[in-house]
Design a binder for this molecule. Structure first.
Ligand code: 5GP
Ligand code: ZN
Length: 114
């Protein structure tokens, strides 16, 4: 999608620090990290939010969690633990309208709200 920030990152039009890539998924460091590890994992396909996935995207979402599991192992934060957050829509404060999974690790994370 032309005017989408994360589509531009996927296409390499905006630089990012890539930590994982395959034909369907890209993971890169958040520009404004909220923890020592703050990775964004996105489908390369433009999907606006979790509210916009279809049945055929469900395998892809599963693969995203597989990538997160692999990254936690490779980057050494699997054992101490981490948090995965997906903001969906207005009430959650989603700012970039391209589905993404925040992966936060490397410190004791702030208060749980759920
Ligand atoms: P949201 O608030 O939509 O859940 O999260 C959007 C995230 O994208 C924020 O954590 C923000 O720091 C990150 N972000 C915004 N612009 C850029 C950018 O140009 N590059 C990278 N790597 N992250 C960005
Ligand atoms: Zn997009």
């Amino acid at each position: 999608m032309e005017d989408c920030l994360f589509c531009k990152i996927v296409k390499g039009e905006i630089p990012s620090q890539i930590v994982y890539e395959d034909d369907e998924i890209l993971a890169f460091n958040d520009i404004s990290p909220q923890a020592p590890v703050h990775i964004l994992v996105v489908p390369k396909k433009h999907i606006i939010s979790l509210a916009h996935i279809t049945k055929e995207d469900e395998t892809l979402i599963g693969k995203i969690y597989g990538v997160i599991n692999k990254l936690s192992d490779e980057k050494g934060f699997k054992q101490d633990g981490y948090r995965v957050i997906t903001n969906c829509g207005e009430n959650a404060g989603q700012t970039v309208k391209h589905l993404h999974f925040h992966v936060l690790a490397g410190k004791k994370l702030g208060e749980k709200i759920v």
